[in-house]
Design a protein around this ligand. Sequence first.
Ligand code: ADP
Ligand code: MG
Length: 477
Amino acid sequence: MAYETVIGLEVHVQLNTHSKAFCADDTSFGGEPNTQVSVVSLGHPGTLPKANGQQIALATRLGLALGCKINQRTTFDRKNYFYADLPKGYQITQDQRPICVGGDLDIKMGDAWKSIRIHHIHMEEDAGKSIHTLAPKHSFIDLNRAGTPLLEIVTEPDLRSGEEVDAFMTAMRQLVRYLEVSDGNMEQGSLRCDVNISVRPHGQTSYNDRCEVKNVNSMKFARQAIDYEVKRQIKIMENGGKVKQQTLNFDPNTGVTSPLREKEDAHDYRYFPEPDLPPVVLSDAYLNNTNQALPQLPKAAYNELTQKYQLSDYDASILVEDRETLLYFQGLIQHTSNYKAAANLIINRLLPWKQENKSTLSTFPVPSTSLAALIALVEEGKVNSTAAYQNILNALITKPDQAPLALAQEMNLIQSADSDFLSDLAKEVIAQFPDKVKEYQKGKKGLIGFFMGELMKKSKGKADPKASTEILQQLLK
Ligand code: ADP
Ligand code: MG
């Protein structure tokens, strides 16, 4: 029987705020354990939480970018459970009236876009970290993370494969980075997800019970967990069994999922309205201002690059990958209308430069006006593209104030279209390869490329290719 995989995600995004969700503790990553804490994050009696305006602003920003409806009156709730890394004994979250509902994120699968619906987004705080691996009989608790502001984005079960999950998480990371909502760093846990997986026979319209794999912090692990779970669930069904709803842990070392606990009922958490925080009310003006301050979003930028500037899917996808590259491209084409050449230059030279130097494009030494001048030199046939984008560009990187044309002259790289010079070279080539000339004259016209290559070598790269080709064709007749 053929089966279909059904997946819904609960994505946790750690926000780019300076301080925690309900107190002023520092949220930076990597501090000495238990140094970024206070009486509030330690849950001392008598302390009171205070909502963080920045958390609300970032949640609104992300919600508007995803086309969500924003609840202009949004409330906090308590989710109660006992664990050593949760000193208060409850987590402040949103249950009844989350800040955002609905909306969607489009992912690109091959040539087609697919829309993944968002169920809702709510604000919450993170718990501390328990470390069980440092000593055989003891666990350690680091509360630096306790109270860190998070958003949880819950999708509808619209995803159908590991590839789609990968595409969704990649698009979400790209979006939160564009919006400067989060650094989106999966390795540091700023972006992680719970993956809900079920399998159903093809054609069945209702969903089967799902299993939830907790806290997946890499795309690779997500795919492995999905692969494993799908096989496991199909096997149960093929044997006439029924998949039990469960919470699972995925072990990256073995590639296997194992039960964490049976699904707890929602009321086990005894959600109730947070009495210490008033509702948050967002005005129309607040939403309008937030909306107007949104940057161009990745999909809109992709459409602009492929439609208005006629770039390929490949080029556009690379240029919109992060906002810095997009802005750099948009800046460069203020000075040249050769969009393809501008894209090539960024993709083939600037991005590798950035990678090698572990740097940013904004610190690339050569100004955009000089890059545009370089593109013009090639267009006008004054220098060939290797000379421009290798020799001259390399020289410019060390001498960024020089004019590209002056450098080309200084480096003796100006191409020659001078017909006496070119026909002397062409005659030399023809005299040197009489056999090839015969073949050419018998009809092997493809050899023109060979003659051209030889001529170019003799000119030390300075022959104008178009003029040379014409002269060669003339002499070979
Ligand atoms: P809760 O965790 O409160 O029970 P939901 O049941 O609404 O919440 O769903 C939580 C997540 O599980 C959502 O991301 C949703 O898309 C996903 N999900 C729900 N049902 C299924 C299913 N049958 N198969 C796969 N994923 C599912
Ligand atoms: Mg859940």
